[in-house]
Design a protein around this ligand. Sequence first.
Ligand SMILES: [Zn+2]
Length: 254
Amino acid sequence: MFFIDSHCHLNLIKNIKKKIIIKKSLKNYINFILSISLDINDYKKMFKKFKYYNNILFSCGIHPLYLNKNINLRKFKKLSLNNKVIAIGETGLDYKNLTFKPIQKYLFRYHIRLAKKINKPLIVHNRNSFNDIVRILKEENAQKCKGVLHCFTGSKKKAKILLDMKFYISFSGIITYLNKEKIKEIINFIPLNKILLETDSPFLSPIPFKNKQNQPSNLIYIAKIIADIKKITLTKLSEITNKNFCNLFKIKFC
Ligand SMILES: [Zn+2]
């Protein structure tokens, strides 16, 4: 049995050696990691540090809260073509910062168009912007490249909209903080073949590590909750979510 952490930021994990992160992950059955980039510089650093690990893959993209004036879109396009880059993002909209709304939208569309062009799925981030995200995904016909909405905490209604667009839904440690009945209802609503698991390390540590730095090894605590709610074994959950990961990201190891 093994799990895949479908969304973490390896480059942001501090004060732990690379080898230790991997070793601890393997001990908790986390064999593969998709490390997500926040901007071009972050991608370059992350790639340089972790490119020699066969069990680590990457995304390339510019997070809506990591915008700056000198975004080199040509460079972004070029880096995205690398074989170890299996996804475009993280992109999306974050309305915590409203001053950058127009540029966030512009870049979100740019990511979707690139993802479609090079046939790699999207990693989508949402904060208080669900309706705009869905509208843009539809306008840009993102069904063609597909993707995942990460750190999902929304309603059944929102989940249904994403499922209808053939998107996957990913759960993080947030599910250990929220109302148990609400989480049960939403997880029961989403079919197993649409669920991905993530830690979003170093953020959002699940209970019992809340407020500490998160790392991929903690994925097992999220998996346990979902297996419990879905009334299946951890082995079964790992098989299904690995298959989902491979289907979405067109990977062959499972
Ligand atoms: Zn993230």
